[in-house]
Design a binder for this molecule. Structure first.
Ligand code: C2E
Ligand code: CA
Length: 572
């Protein structure tokens, strides 16, 4: 091939090319290279290619790789003529003379931005978003890792932001997708102009951007960003305004790898949305550690269910009028191998609202049914009250699962099982709760409303709820003798329940004085430490056998009130 043709090919090639000497000093550079680097061709002569391109920080250093081989091809970020980091494929070939000594290098730089702009999609080599020309998520993760590596070496700080346009769907719906796209492109431009040359903006989803701030950021920077975004855009004669929710996390305080940082910034962005949008939220690694610790505890609790480390204790319920035992409340306990017997207060908060809630609930139901079967065979026919959490009751398949469970224990009449639900549970989604409760009643299962008085009690609700027992919360009962306000609440709940002809039970009956006061007010059913503490199932037969001997309790009615009040009292 004639030398002149080779020279023309070199100078006119679309790829940026440099012939450098053995020390990587430029001998000749083509026009594409001058264009890419932004340095006039005549100024390139004699300069080190490495320094020309290498103003940015790199993790994989292609030049180092040349020590081991003659040909190197690597993904590379170089500082382009706009002073920004730009991605490229760098290929360097070492040329040797007739004696095998290195004489020159051929350096070729393929601009990946140009590739994206041209719209050609070539698998994973496409690193750019076609609409905005910004790096996409894949490229962002590479650039982020490079930034982190660089910050690590220099002991610097990096802020990673995730910005999500607020109500973007509504904008698209109202103005059409083309307008929405234009808005995203304008937004990208605006944010790019706000940041420093080496900061990196990427579009990581439809209306979501990530921003690497190489010098970190403070609140003022983030506020300015939000303000700038919120200024109106003028598009086809219309002034459009958008806001973003911004989540940010700081390296090295959040000492994690790029993917995790991106997840954290996204989490923080969601918090910003929850806090009302058009605001920023800083990810708190301490909070995340707490979340993770809870996750570990949840897993441990799931294991506890699977390993049968839970058990039920039973607390008797009595009628103070005739001294009869009328039922037992099942209360869950965790027999922890290291920490001993744990009350629900130790583990229920972990479970609440999570999928574990229903899992625990089903375990309790099944354990109660198993126990009911054992007692049935032993001639103990007391009903058992089981506490049902709001999430479990409203889980959607509650009735179906309960029906299945009941079928597994055919000896146990369904009426033997009673369910206690919190007043607030029923009120959360009243219609759904009512439907589920009615379905259960059709199976023969009665409901008690738990902790009555603490929630949303109102006459209307009480009238609507298909409950067969109202449990007066122990917090009022316990202090009713010393606190006139609590006494007033207990009085009015009893009055109301009697007017609606609903049976009621007082929880937290700790002493005979409580019992007498309640009876005098017209509440006969009671449960509390004064009668019995919750106990394991095995202790119940002995307790039942002993109960008739506790005359101070069983003969209460006779000592306390005259027959005149009997009519007020609703019996079991
Ligand atoms: P709760 O339904 O109000 O149950 C009564 C709680 O009061 C029980 O606490 C019981 O031990 C305690 N208690 C009973 N009498 C007295 C008394 O005279 N004085 C005082 N100070 N306390 C008394 P426990 O067993 O710690 O249960 C606490 C809560 O945990 C229960 O409150 C119930 O809401 C929930 N819970 C218990 N077992 C289960 C269960 O299997 N599933 C669900 N979802 N929740 C449960
Ligand atoms: Ca209860």
């Amino acid at each position: 091939m004639p030398a002149s043709l080779i020279s023309t090919a070199f100078h006119q090639a679309g790829e940026a090319m440099v012939v450098a000497d053995a020390d990587l000093k430029v001998v000749a550079a083509n026009a594409a290279f001058a264009e890419l680097s932004g340095v006039e061709p005549y100024r390139l002569q004699g300069r080190c290619v490495r320094e020309l391109l290498d103003k940015s920080h790199l993790i994989t250093d292609p030049w180092e790789m040349l020590n081991a081989r003659d040909h190197v091809k690597a993904e590379f970020t170089y500082r382009n003529r706009m002073g920004r980091n730009a991605p490229a494929i760098l290929s360097v070939s070492r040329l040797r003379d007739d004696h095998g000594q290195p004489s020159h290098h051929l350096v070729v730089l393929s601009d990946l931005a140009a590739l994206a702009a041209s719209g050609r999609k070539t698998g994973r080599e496409v690193y750019f978003d076609a609409l905005t020309g910004l790096p996409n998520r894949d490229l962002l993760s590479q650039l982020l890792n490079e930034s982190l590596e660089h910050a690590k070496r220099r002991g610097a700080r990096v802020a990673l932001c995730v910005l999500d346009v607020d109500h973007f769907k509504a904008i698209n719906d109202r103005h059409g997708q083309t307008m929405g796209d234009s808005l995203i492109a304008l937004l990208a431009q605006r944010i790019s102009h706000l940041v420093h040359g080496d900061d990196i903006l990427a579009r990581i989803a439809g209306d979501e951007f990530a921003l690497i701030l190489q010098q970190g950021a403070d609140e003022a920077v983030l506020s300015r960003l939000l303000e700038a975004v919120a200024a109106p855009f003028h598009l086809r004669g219309e002034a459009l305004q958008v806001t973003v929710s911004l989540g940010v996390t700081f390296y090295p305080q959040d000492d994690a790898d790029g993917d995790v940082l991106l997840r954290h910034a996204t989490q923080a962005m969601h918090r910003a949305k929850q806090r009302g949008r058009n605001t920023f939220h800083v990810f708190d690694p301490r909070f995340d550690r707490e979340l993770q610790a809870r996750e570990v505890q949840r897993r441990r609790f799931r294991q506890a269910i699977e390993n049968d480390e839970l058990c039920l204790h039973y607390q008797p319920q009595v009628d103070m009028f005739d001294g009869r035992v009328i039922g037992l409340e099942a209360l869950v306990r965790w027999q922890h191998p290291e920490q001993g017997l744990l009350a629900p207060g130790h583990f229920l908060p972990l479970v609440e609202g999570a999928s574990l809630d229903a899992l625990l609930g089903e375990w309790v139901l099944e354990a109660a049914l198993k126990q009911l079967e054992r007692w049935q065979r032993a001639g103990i026919t007391l009903p058992v009250h089981v506490n049902i959490s709001p999430a479990h009751l409203l889980s959607g398949h509650f009735v179906q699962r309960l029906t299945g469970l009941l079928a597994c224990y055919p000896e146990v009449p369904a009426t033997r099982l009673k369910l206690e639900v919190l007043e607030s549970a029923a009120m959360g989604d009243l219609q759904a709760a009512l439907a589920t409760m009615r379905d259960c009643q059709n199976l023969g299962i009665d409901f008690a409303i738990d902790d009555f008085g603490t929630g949303y009690s109102s006459l209307t609700h009480l009238r609507q709820l298909p409950v067969d027992l109202i449990k007066i919360d122990q917090s009022f009962v316990r202090d009713m003798l010393i606190d006139p306000d609590d006494m007033a609440i207990v009085e009015s709940v009893i009055f109301m329940a009697n007017r609606f002809r609903r049976p009621m039970l007082a929880e937290g009956v700790e002493s005979l004085d409580h019992a007498r006061a309640l009876l005098a007010l017209g509440c006969a059913q009671a449960q509390g430490y004064g009668i019995a503490r919750p106990m394991p199932a095995e202790a119940i037969p002995d307790w039942l056998a002993d109960w008739p001997n506790r005359h101070e309790w069983t003969a209460l009615a006779m000592h306390t009130i005259g027959n005149s009040r009997r009519s007020n009292v609703t019996k079991a």
